[in-house]
Ligand binder design. Sequence first.
Ligand code: 5GP
Ligand code: ZN
Length: 141
Amino acid sequence: MAQHNCIFCAIVAGAAPASVIHDDAATLAFLDINPVTPGHLLVIPKRHASTLANPDPADGARLFVVAMQAAAALRSSGLRCEGVNFFLADGEAAGQEVFHVHLHVFPRFAGDGFRIVEGGIAHPSRADLDAIASRLRAALP
Ligand code: 5GP
Ligand code: ZN
């Protein structure tokens, strides 16, 4: 079901422009208008889902398969592509700005200027890792 005021639903509906690279029953892939590197694309489920809590698992599986194919296409396209990053922001705290699930796929090459700012906890203890792993095992379906 298309969501009112969702730019990606508008793209799916053909009501907003996009440079499409892949279109199937469940999935659309198109170029990002503000690319990290040339070829940066977004893969989205056509069915509106604001975050990863919502999509049909089959849509999520298809999303990843299309992203893998897009990564292979980037590598063989002639665009500069020495590596590929996937990035998915799920939730505002993770940097999500468009609330229709999308997986970023973008080419990487030496000197492209893209940096992941490093942070995080240095060398947690095995006991801490095991305690977190235990919580996650309990939370998995
Ligand atoms: P997020 O931070 O939510 O993961 O990223 C949203 C992405 O969507 C950004 O990289 C932004 O450039 C891209 N974007 C936002 N609006 C449009 C649009 O209208 N068309 C396209 N192709 N990309 C968009
Ligand atoms: Zn949408």
